[in-house]
Design a protein around this ligand. Structure first.
Ligand SMILES: NC(=O)c1ccc[n+]([C@@H]2O[C@H](COP(=O)([O-])OP(=O)(O)OC[C@H]3O[C@@H](n4cnc5c(N)ncnc54)[C@H](O)[C@@H]3O)[C@@H](O)[C@H]2O)c1
Length: 395
């Protein structure tokens, strides 16, 4: 397949590095940038035969099969509309929309056009995520009770992110979209997100949007998703996830402390990793960022999905659900109460029962806990099923 890139900035280059970094069947063929000089530089750097400052020319180019959108958030809707009109498969970066209403329009457009809408949520494709999710799906952690994801860094690299109108908000829409989808994946995409409680504040930067936020997403089965996002964090990019289930736990550190530590006096300088604040002192480089951040696995899934006529792991529908959760987070940050997640066409399970699975010890008792004390003594803590009395039994 031949690919067109819309945009030539930060994420367009990460995507291009992934698309051409390994031998692939699919080739990056064209680029659009509003600045023709930048389009030409991008085309030269990646050896693309086609470049233009006209988005429609690139989207409608007869040799282009798939379009990748790497434009600021306020331009996703118009770009998706152009792709749907041209009948081209479209892969859009995160967040899908600034709001759920925008995301829903994009979802409807690709579905009506019969093209694939892939949601480029790279952090749901990292090698660590892929392996963790496989373990969770195999039941290694039992029933998932809580999934937390944190993304915090000193703030984004371009002016438009800091303008609420263009970006749709602050760190919730920019970083929360990743964290929400990570937690939702562990809890189960089939489980309906019901309500959100969120605190958000503008603590450091002179902007209209929030630069710090924490939120909880309540799911229909009783599980809780948690996101922690910040544009105020100092020291690089903190990407950590925790999953807690009835039978186990996963802790993931994706970026700052991956087992690769380096010290430099700073004389040589150089790039360390995305959002690293220093190239001096003890540093935490990332071996292969394009791979560690999930881009390689993401594009492989996207192109295989098109070829096999199946949905990818991350679709425009997922992007829409994430936007609906973000809308509820903003409503809650304003109202100070739990706010409902409004999803117009929920496609998952309609189960509303809160899951519990009390372990039965015998006919009379539930087993609350088995304990081993420091000197080797063992005991059982039991609850009488009828009277409710909690008792201890030495074993
Ligand atoms: N991990 C990720 O998935 C990830 C990381 C960073 C950014 N993003 C997303 O990628 C998108 C782009 O972000 P970025 O970091 O590349 O930003 P950027 O500012 O580095 O690049 C934006 C590109 O859009 C172009 N552009 C800006 N305003 C435009 C306009 N009015 N008309 C036409 N083109 C315009 C710029 O020239 C540039 O080529 C955003 O939606 C962002 O959320 C995703």
């Amino acid at each position: 397949m031949k690919i067109a890139m819309l945009g030539s900035g930060f994420i367009a280059r990460f995507y291009a590095d992934s698309l051409i970094g390994h031998r692939r069947l699919d080739t990056l063929h064209a680029v659009y940038s509003r600045d023709i000089a930048k389009a030409k530089i991008f085309a030269n750097d990646y050896k693309l035969p086609v470049y233009s400052d006209d988005m429609h020319e690139v989207v409608n180019h007869p040799e282009v099969d798939v379009v990748v959108i790497s434009l600021p958030n306020d331009l996703h809707l118009a770009a998706v509309a152009a792709c749907a009109k041209a009948g081209k498969h479209v892969l859009c970066t995160k967040p899908l929309g600034r709001t759920a209403a925008e995301a829903k329009q994009m979802l409807d457009m690709v579905e009506q056009a019969g093209v694939m809408g892939g949601y480029l949520e790279d952090l749901c494709y990292t090698p660590k995520f892929n392996k963790s999710l496989a373990s969770v799906k195999a039941g290694a952690l039992g029933r998932i009770l809580w999934a937390k994801s944190r993304e915090a860094h000193p703030g984004p690299h371009s002016n438009w992110f800091w303008d609420k109108e263009q970006s749709g908000g602050g760190c919730i829409v920019d970083l929360g979209c990743h964290c929400i989808e990570i937690a939702r994946s562990y809890i189960g995409k089939d489980i309906k997100p019901v309500e959100v409680m969120c605190w958000a504040a503008t603590q450091v930067h002179p902007i209209d949007a929030e630069d710090n936020a924490i939120g909880m997403v309540k799911y229909a089965n009783g599980a809780i998703g948690q996101f922690e996002v910040s544009w105020c964090f100092r020291g690089g990019m903190d990407l950590r996830d925790e999953v807690m289930g009835t039978e186990g736990t996963i802790w993931i550190n994706n970026f700052l402390r991956t087992g690769f530590d380096m010290f430099s006096t700073g004389k040589g300088g150089g790039y360390v990793a995305e959002k690293a604040e220093s190239s001096q002192g003890w540093l935490f480089p990332v071996g292969d960022e394009v791979n560690e951040l999930g881009y390689n696995h993401m594009f492989t899934d996207m192109f295989e999905a098109i070829e096999q006529n199946r949905p990818p792991a991350e679709t425009f529908y997922d992007g829409y659900v994430v936007n609906a959760i973000i809308d509820a987070a903003y409503a809650s940050a304003k109202s100070g109460i739990w706010e409902p997640v409004k999803i117009e066409d929920w496609r998952g399970s309609t189960q509303t029962k809160i899951a519990t699975d009390f372990a039965s010890f015998d006919e009379q008792y539930y087993l609350i806990k088995e304990e081993i004390l420091p000197h080797g003594e063992r005991k059982l803590i039991l609850k009488d099923k009828t009277t409710g009395e909690v008792v201890v039994r030495d074993i």
